[in-house]
Design a protein around this ligand. Structure first.
Ligand code: SAH
Length: 389
């Protein structure tokens, strides 16, 4: 199973010792020529002290992804890690039919994602190392969970950095085009083959439910996708305006509302940036506003532009908020950290001339674990703010 040794410099060694699972190419000082893409390697420090085992990439800037810090790699490490991941879900997502079973680094299985929608599993293997382990992963999942079917949604762009092709395909059993799952007592449809991400934004599941508590009066769900927030707020009694630029996403929101007998959801196909300005011009007011845009900063280079985007939509939303109203504002950009996002919100409030209190600081659902000391793994920030005056 172990193909060879890779030596890292002092910086790489310190990173690993501090708990970071990645070593960049610039910190690798020696790797055997014969190592194949995705090989499992032993990692040694500059004085050849064993540091652990890692997945090796021949192309990515992230050359090593640590899979264990131990001095031995158990034969069945994959099955063990998956089992540990499943145990956590029994605690944090018991009884949920749509959830993330394996969340990469957060489960000690870097670059592997496994999502569950009822009796179907959707997998992503986002590095050469996990790609190589694909059939072994399928074997473990089938044995442990007996799913009806497993597909791979290996179409995220990050695969290109690993020289891996974009593939969407069946790996096991059969997987229908559309499935129905339950979220917070509502029935929602999922298209695991072509929906965004693996079908749903599972990282927002707990925040969707949290939004119920704030729902009242008139609500705006900007960037609604399939109605994750809108449907919960409507079920809790709000009159909801749900907005997205994708007609397809809105069609599914409409069908989801109908399926649950929710008649207080109005849909609008629009660019949120334009719509917020229009609503302001018409003097509209909302009691609850949810902002859940796509990641504006997909790379470090894009951070500045992203910050302007976040400030713009938040400023506009704050102006639309009624007194005592609640703004649920999210950012899923890895490169915009919580403190940065808080500073953007504070600056937006100053420009909007409103005073807000922080009611909650929420994050990605607990089935998307954050690794302590690895800020990149805390990507979804969700602030609940209340307008004082
Ligand atoms: N809130 C959703 C997830 C939103 S994902 C949930 O909890 O499930 C982001 C959504 O924003 C996508 O559906 C995408 O189609 C939409 N989107 C992206 N840019 C947009 C824009 N400028 N205006 C409106 N919608 C946009």
């Amino acid at each position: 199973m172990i193909s060879g040794d890779v030596v890292v410099n002092r910086k790489g060694e310190v990173r690993i010792q501090r708990g970071h699972p990645w070593v960049f190419r610039t910190d690798v000082t020696a790797a055997e020529e014969s190592l194949e893409p995705g090989a499992i390697v032993r990692v040694l420090g500059p004085r050849h002290a064993p540091l652990g085992f890692a997945l090796f990439s021949t192309l990515s800037e992230i050359t090593l992804r640590l899979i264990t810090r131990g001095s031995v790699l158990p034969e069945d490490f994959l099955a063990r890690r998956i089992e540990e991941a499943l145990r956590l879900r029994e605690v944090v997502a018991a009884g949920t039919s749509a959830l993330r079973l394996v969340h990469g680094e957060g489960d000690g299985l870097p670059s592997l994602v496994v999502d569950r929608y009822g009796d179907v599993l959707v997998m992503q293997t986002l590095s050469q190392g996990m790609e190589r382990l694909k059939s072994e992963i399928v074997r473990v999942l089938v044995e442990r969970l007996s799913p009806r079917g497993i597909i791979e949604r290996n179409d995220p762009r990050v695969r290109q950095l690993e020289g891996l092709p974009s593939i969407v395909g069946l790996l096991w059993g059969d997987v229908p085009k559309t499935l129905e799952v339950e979220e917070g007592g509502l029935h929602v449809s999922v298209d695991p083959w072509t929906g965004q991400k693996t079908g749903l934004f599972l990282d927002q599941r707990e925040n969707h439910l949290a939004a119920r508590a704030y729902a009242r009066g008139r609500a705006l769900d900007a960037f609604t996708y399939n109605g994750g927030f809108a449907l919960q707020m409507a079920a809790a009694g709000s009159e909801v305006l749900a907005v997205d630029s994708s007609a397809e996403a809105l069609e599914r929101t409409r069908a989801n509302a109908a399926r649950n007998g929710l008649t207080s959801v109005t849909l609008r196909e629009a660019n949120v940036f334009d719509l917020l300005r229009d609503l302001e011009r018409h003097g509209e007011r909302f009691d609850v506003i949810v902002l859940d845009p796509p990641a504006f900063a997909k790379s470090r280079a894009a951070v500045e532009k992203a910050q302007r985007g976040y400030k713009e939509i938040n400023l506009r939303a704050m102006k639309l908020l009624a007194r005592g109203g609640v703004l649920i504002s999210c950012s899923c950009s890895h490169h915009v950290h919580e403190a940065d996002f808080e500073a953007i919100l504070a600056a937006a409030a100053v420009d909007a001339g409103v005073a807000l209190t922080i009611v909650e600081k929420r994050r990605q659902a607990r089935d998307h674990p954050v690794v302590l000391g690895v800020p990149e793994t805390y990507y979804l920030k969700c602030f609940v703010l209340r307008r004082l005056e």
